[in-house]
Design a protein around this ligand. Structure first.
Ligand SMILES: [Zn+2]
Ligand SMILES: [Zn+2]
Length: 465
């Protein structure tokens, strides 16, 4: 069964996280608005598309795996007391309202997602029933073996990593893809420099396997070595001195670059181009191998058939774009899983009053600053309040005998632009007679402040505009 359009809209382009409807739970969702009901925050793993909006200025507690906690603290300077570690393979009691004293708690089971170091899946159980949130994951039979001892099916909603949910997404296991990569390196000239395109985090197992097979160091960037040291991995990596095999950022491998370096061979271990098999065929020294940290279409079917949820909701929204900017909305169609879904009626969700109050309360009202921001944001969201209130002259002091002066009318900032004050330049107000049409323009908030001495508090009568 497909997720409702509301649920899909929560998953905006480029942001693979969401607030679970009728709960204060947010997973990989860090965009707070004044009316947001989110109060308890979970981070599935440290990939960029799951962290948009998360900065060290974040004020709420973050729940994640111990490894992710270590990376958050060391790489992003988060305060350790702000990050709550949840050990994989265990059940945890977490307050639904993010308050230590709250009696409304849910059980959170944490399972290794086999996607990248520190990545986990969550099973939430509480007044809302049972929710299984996969985050990004690569299915294998071991994943099901790692489920908590008290795990039963009876999942109400499965939030699924649908990155490759298309019948075209057929690719081998990571072990088979590793062999393919080893073979490609073996077939290259001994003198060839091998570049392997990877993201900042992930595919360490592949790199270590290559190092073992070829008995050589893997050259990495300083930044990546710092990350590897935090992961406590065996010593297969080095910076500085030249090594035959080098792990480079994925976007460094481009046809234009590789054509000019025939002495090199590049390997892109990714399934991102699975629906574009001819993406790099024009460039002989780039080898595309579908080594994937996400589940294939067949694996997704196997997984959903085992979980038997009542409903499946895609994590990657239909507005997301593929590698060449093309639409991948077909991958958000979950109707292909209908046949596995449990048709029995699920729980009727009744939100406890305390939880409802906390969800309604809006953002933390403890400081005057927050109250001010809350009120200002509310005003920005309410178009009825966006009437001209002040006037700002965009030129120097208007002179009465000047016939071509222009008048700018400041309106409250629009919801989409918090910093810029939307300003419309209209007809001359000082010289009613001239009625000149000035060109429309926009002034920044700075311009308004600079011209403050010209602000008049009296609203301009609508008839004069
Ligand atoms: Zn990921
Ligand atoms: Zn992702």
């Amino acid at each position: 069964m497909c997720g409702t359009s509301d649920e899909r809209l929560l998953c905006k382009e480029g942001v693979n996280g969401m607030i679970i409807p009728q709960t204060p739970i947010a997973v990989d969702h860090w965009k707070m608005t004044p009316m947001s009901p989110a109060r308890v925050f979970f981070l599935s793993h440290m990939h960029e598309d799951h962290m948009k909006g998360l900065t060290p200025t974040w004020r709420h507690k973050i729940h994640c795996s111990p490894l992710t906690k270590r990376l958050l603290i060391d790489k992003f300077q988060f305060d350790p007391s702000q990050v709550v570690e949840l050990e994989p393979g265990e059940d945890h009691l977490v307050s639904v309202t993010d308050s230590e004293t709250s009696s409304f708690r849910m059980t959170v089971s944490v399972i290794d997602a086999a996607h990248c170091p520190g990545s986990v899946m969550f099973i939430f159980q509480g007044y809302f029933g049972k929710i299984f949130y996969t985050g990004d994951f690569r299915f294998s039979s071991e994943i099901m073996d790692n489920l908590p001892a008290n795990y039963t099916t009876d999942v109400d909603v499965l939030y699924l990593d649908n990155t490759f949910c298309s019948p075209n997404c057929v690719f081998p296991t990571r072990a088979a893809a590793t062999e393919e990569i080893i073979k490609a390196i073996e077939q290259s000239s001994d003198a060839a420099k091998i570049l392997i395109g990877v993201r900042n985090l992930g595919k360490e197992t592949l790199l270590m396997e290559i190092a073992k097979r070829f008995q050589c160091w893997i050259q990495v960037t300083e930044r990546r070595l710092e990350m590897i040291n935090l992961l406590n991995l065996p010593n297969y990596f080095q910076t500085g001195s030249e090594s035959r095999i080098e792990a480079v950022p994925m976007d460094q491998i481009k046809s234009s670059y590789m054509k000019n370096h025939p002495e090199m061979m590049a390997i892109l271990p990714t399934a991102l181009y699975i629906e574009h098999p001819h993406a790099f065929t024009a460039c002989k020294n780039i080898s595309l191998v579908p080594y994937s940290d996400h589940s294939s279409y067949a694996e997704l079917h196997e997984f959903v058939a085992m979980v038997r949820p009542r409903k499946v909701v895609p994590i990657v929204g239909e507005k997301s774009r593929g590698v060449f900017g093309g639409s991948v909305c077909h991958r958000a169609d979950m109707s292909c899983f209908d046949r596995y879904c449990d048709k029995s009626p699920g729980v009727q969700i009744e939100i406890p009053d305390n939880v409802r109050n906390v969800m309604k309360r809006g953002l933390d009202h403890s400081s005057r600053l927050n109250r001010f921001k809350f009120k200002r944001n509310l005003q920005q969201m309410n178009p009825r309040r966006q009437r001209p209130k002040k006037m700002v002259f965009d030129a120097a002091t208007p002179e009465k005998n000047q016939s071509d002066c222009t008048v700018a009318i400041a309106t409250p900032a629009s919801p989409s632009s918090k910093l810029n004050c939307s300003v419309i330049v209209d007809r001359c107000w000082v010289h009613q007679k001239c009625r000149l049409n000035a060109p429309k323009t926009k002034l920044t908030k700075y311009s308004v402040i600079k011209s403050n001495k010209f602000i008049r508090q009296t609203p301009i009568p609508q008839t004069e505009l």
